[in-house]
Design a protein around this ligand. Structure first.
Ligand code: ADP
Ligand code: MG
Length: 325
């Protein structure tokens, strides 16, 4: 379980007790807060929904739909569920728009480096090149509706960069259709703020200090938006004091080593916030910033190490919603 980055979701006023549910899913924790105890019966439905999604998108379990696709998708077009098709299509769109910095085919590289077993293998440059040469999101063929095929059988799909976001969106749908007006849905630090909070002013979300996870360095005031953070420091393996991030730069096949300590993305869907946070860490500060400003659907905060303290960049659409502490 990795809980180095978590957001502190605090209602602006604490007039009433929020109902909580915590649990674990997708190798991390989840936490749901609902403002009204008439809806507590939904907690069981949420737990079931999260288990269902884990069973579908996990690449650890051999029984999941994703494992089935990864095992046989190299042979011919495989019919997949609407849900799988839509998540893979979203992943491919982010891959295309980020110039391949987000790439759902990085799985074999995650394995080569040892991230799947949480043990760094430090592969040789030649081994990295060999694996890298067969990968790439362009090898996922979605040209037939609701079916997926891999153009070579070395390719597989790893949804670790967006599955949490998709799961958050699914829980939010479930809450909305159950009639819930105000809630917080959090999975492993990524979050959706439903409604306007108890006093109607929105929710205040804390952005963690990348080097001191217990302190908050900025606050974002939002309602009906998702927030996700990815970072270099957040999940990594250590080797002789050197940190290897679990985000791979698909251009080199090596763990990302950029200038960015963390990127926090705000978007109306959690899947976009999650996917783009990963993409922007790989893109780095210069390219990433331009990409954010050219898109209407995402806003971002980049934190990098300056000469004295942090450099914090906030995109133009977010500037009046963020308070730097
Ligand atoms: P976290 O789980 O810490 O929030 P991310 O959302 O950034 O992290 O996702 C990291 C996961 O995404 C990795 O564990 C891996 O499964 C996958 N991944 C790693 N590098 C990339 C990449 N360049 N593009 C897409 N997915 C990636
Ligand atoms: Mg992500």
């Amino acid at each position: 379980m990795f809980i180095n980055i978590a957001f502190l979701a605090v209602s602006l006023t604490a007039r009433a007790e929020l109902l909580f549910q915590r649990g674990s899913v997708m190798s991390t924790y989840y936490m749901i807060k609902i403002e009204d105890n008439r809806y507590s019966y939904l907690f069981d439905d949420i737990a079931r929904e999260l288990k269902r999604l884990e069973g579908k998108f996990s690449d650890y379990s051999e029984d999941s739909e994703l494992s089935y696709l990864n095992n046989y998708g190299g042979e011919s077009f495989l019919k997949v569920s609407d849900e799988m098709f839509s998540v893979v299509r979203d992943a491919i769109n982010i891959a295309r728009e980020s110039g391949g910095c987000f790439d759902p085919t990085v799985g074999p590289l995650m394995e080569l480096w040892g991230f799947k077993e949480s043990k760094l293998f430090l592969p040789k440059e030649r081994e990295v090149q060999e694996v890298l040469s067969c990968l790439g999101w362009e090898n996922i063929d979605i040209s037939v509706n609701n079916a997926i095929r891999f153009k070579n059988n070395k390719v597989s799909i790893d949804l670790g960069g967006i599955a949490k976001g998709y799961a958050i969106d699914s829980v939010v749908d479930l809450l909305r259709s159950g009639g819930v007006k105000n809630a917080i849905v959090e999975i492993g630090g990524d979050i959706y703020c439903l409604g306007t909070g108890l006093d109607g002013d929105g929710w205040r979300i804390g952005v963690q200090d990348p080097k001191k996870p217990e302190s908050v360095i900025a606050r974002i005031d939002i309602k009906d938006f998702a927030v996700a953070t990815s970072g270099n420091y957040e999940r990594f393996l250590d080797y002789k004091g050197e940190r290897f991030s679990h985000i791979i730069d698909p251009r080199s096949g090596f763990p990302v080593k950029g200038d960015v300590l963390s990127v926090t993305v705000v978007a109306s869907r959690a899947i976009d916030a999650d996917g783009w946070a990963t993409a922007l860490v790989v893109m780095g500060f210069d390219k990433g910033r331009k990409s954010v400003e050219s898109q209407d659907n995402i806003e971002a905060i980049f934190i990098s190490q300056g000469e004295e303290g942090y450099d914090i960049w906030i995109s133009s659409g977010l500037i009046d919603k963020v308070e730097v502490l």
